[in-house]
Structures are given as structure tokens and as C-alpha cells.
Design a protein around this ligand. Structure first.
Ligand code: SF4
Length: 269
């Protein structure tokens, strides 16, 4: 971890709950853009290894894993995909698969009947319309069974290097808590955040925000008092503890010690 700290990134410490300009409706558009980009820079330091948490080695595997990730965790998907990917290696393999065989493998991910049907439909659509390859265009990807904009952006961003904002449940919760937007519709959120963050940063910004959502800014009781974005967040203390000790207990994940060290280094300055 570098010596960059909370304090050096956000010297204008708005720490009292509710005191942030965005919390009282006095933030300008320019101020919001600057804050959004500062948030991205802070998260770049805190999560230098942010990445898609689904395991894959090619676009088809990522597409399949992302379809399976609906209504479950990436950890659970990663538990079933080794067996699935070993048995089904191409779109044609999925197209020719028996539903029962796929269901048996993916059962732990939930909604396994619908997901198996989607994977077989996906294989058929890829063979019928795209020569067995995963297309790169957003408008093509969203025509595939089980594939919405979120999945399409995950695949484009992580398998093809095309910038995209992945508006999942964590992303929606965080950008609203951070008051980067008040929109609730995923497409409207994508549009609003796309204006604030540089296009080349879209994919990584999504990963960083989702990392923070999984480790610090939980849906219930976020760890505000141990959050690297505390000074830039108008929701500091609204739903979670502001005291460092109880907040630190709520920080999770392999980066936990680094996150706490980063925040504590800022406090000491
Ligand atoms: S944990 Fe608290 S301070 Fe951090 S982003 Fe979430 S609401 Fe804001």
C-alpha cells in the first residue's frame, strides 16, 4: 500500500454526520464531478487489485458465470463453474446439453432450472446467430437469453476491455448513498454516473465500488467509522456506526487490514 491516505486525498474533512454539502443539497455539478473522481482515486489506492470476482478464462466462461450469478454470490458460482467449464467447452456444447445434466451441476446457485434453460438457449443463440462466438456489441449481447445490460457490461468490460458501468445491487446502493445520483433505475444510474466518471475508468470504477460495497458499505449497517470514503460521503453515519472500533468490526474481506491501516493513517495526520 502506498503512503497516500484519506487525509491527503480528502483534506477538506467533512466528518460530522449530515454536514457534507451534498447532504444539504448545496453541492454544485462541478463539485459532484470532482468528488466522484476523488472517490475513484481513493478507491484506486485502497483496492489496487479490484477485479471481477467470478473465475473465467475466456468470454464464454465469463458470460456463463455471469448468467449464473443472478440471485447468488460469486463465491457460490465459482464453486460450480470448474465442473461446468470442464464439461461444456463451447457454445455448441451448451446447445446440445441435456437440461438435467446442467441442472445437476449448477443446482447450488439457485433457480437452477431457469438458469439451465438460459444456458442451453444461450448456446443455441450463439451458434445460430454469432457463429458460436460471444459477440462484443452491447445490443447483440442483450438479445441473448438471461443477459441484461449488467451482464453485457461485465462481459464487455472484463473479457473484451470495452469500458462499461456494471450497475448491480451494490453499485446502486453505493452511488445513491454517496449521492452521486438520486436515480433508482439502473439505466438512468448508468447514464448519470457515466457523465461523472471518465469513460476509460468505467469498468474499474464499477469493480472498486462493488468491492467497497462487499467489504465496508454493507446494505445493513455500513462500517462508516472505518470507511475510506468517510470524508466524501454525505451518508456518513446515517445507517452505520461512526465510532472507529465498532465500525472496524464490520469491515470484511482479504483487504481488511489494509483498509483499516489506510483509514487509521489518515486519522493520525
Ligand atoms: S460506509 Fe458509510 S461513509 Fe462509507 S460509503 Fe457507505 S455510507 Fe458512506
Amino acid at each position: 500500500m502506498t503512503k497516500t491516505t484519506v487525509a491527503s486525498l480528502t483534506p477538506q474533512r467533512h466528518r460530522r454526520p449530515g454536514s457534507h454539502p451534498a447532504a444539504v443539497g448545496s453541492e454544485t455539478n462541478l463539485g459532484r464531478t470532482r468528488r466522484a473522481r476523488r472517490i475513484n482515486r481513493t478507491l484506486t489506492v485502497v483496492f489496487p487489485d479490484a477485479h471481477a470476482e467470478l473465475d473465467f478464462t475466456n468470454p464464454l466462461e465469463l458470460l456463463v458465470a455471469t448468467v449464473l450469478s443472478a440471485q447468488t454470490t460469486d463465491v457460490r458460482v465459482n464453486q460450480v463453474t470448474p465442473a461446468l467449464f470442464a464439461r461444456y467447452r463451447s457454445a455448441a456444447d451448451y446447445a446440445a446439453a441435456s437440461p438435467a445434466d446442467i441442472e445437476e451441476i449448477i443446482r447450488p446457485t439457485g433457480f437452477y432450472r431457469a438458469k439451465a434453460a438460459n444456458l442451453i438457449g444461450l448456446g443455441r443463440a450463439l451458434c445460430d446467430r454469432f457463429g458460436g462466438e460471444v459477440p462484443t456489441a452491447l445490443e447483440d449481447l442483450v438479445t441473448l437469453p438471461g443477459v441484461g445490460r449488467k451482464t453485457a457490461h461485465v462481459v464487455r468490460g472484463n473479457a473484451f476491455g470495452k469500458p462499461g458501468l456494471t450497475v448491480d445491487t451494490h453499485f446502486q446502493r453505493l452511488v445513491r448513498r454517496l449521492r452521486l445520483t438520486t436515480e433508482s433505475d439502473p439505466v438512468a444510474i448508468e447514464r448519470a454516473i457515466g457523465v461523472l466518471i471518465e469513460k476509460r475508468e468505467w469498468t474499474m470504477f464499477s469493480h472498486r465500488i462493488i468491492f467497497l460495497g462487499r467489504r465496508v458499505c454493507h446494505a445493513r449497517t455500513p462500517a462508516c467509522g472505518a470507511c475510506p470514503l468517510a470524508y466524501d460521503c454525505p451518508s456518513f453515519g446515517v445507517d452505520g456506526p461512526t465510532e472507529p472500533a465498532p465500525a472496524a468490526k464490520r469491515v470484511t474481506g482479504p483487504e481488511r487490514e489494509d483498509i483499516l491501516a489506510f483509514v487509521q493513517a489518515g486519522e493520525g495526520q
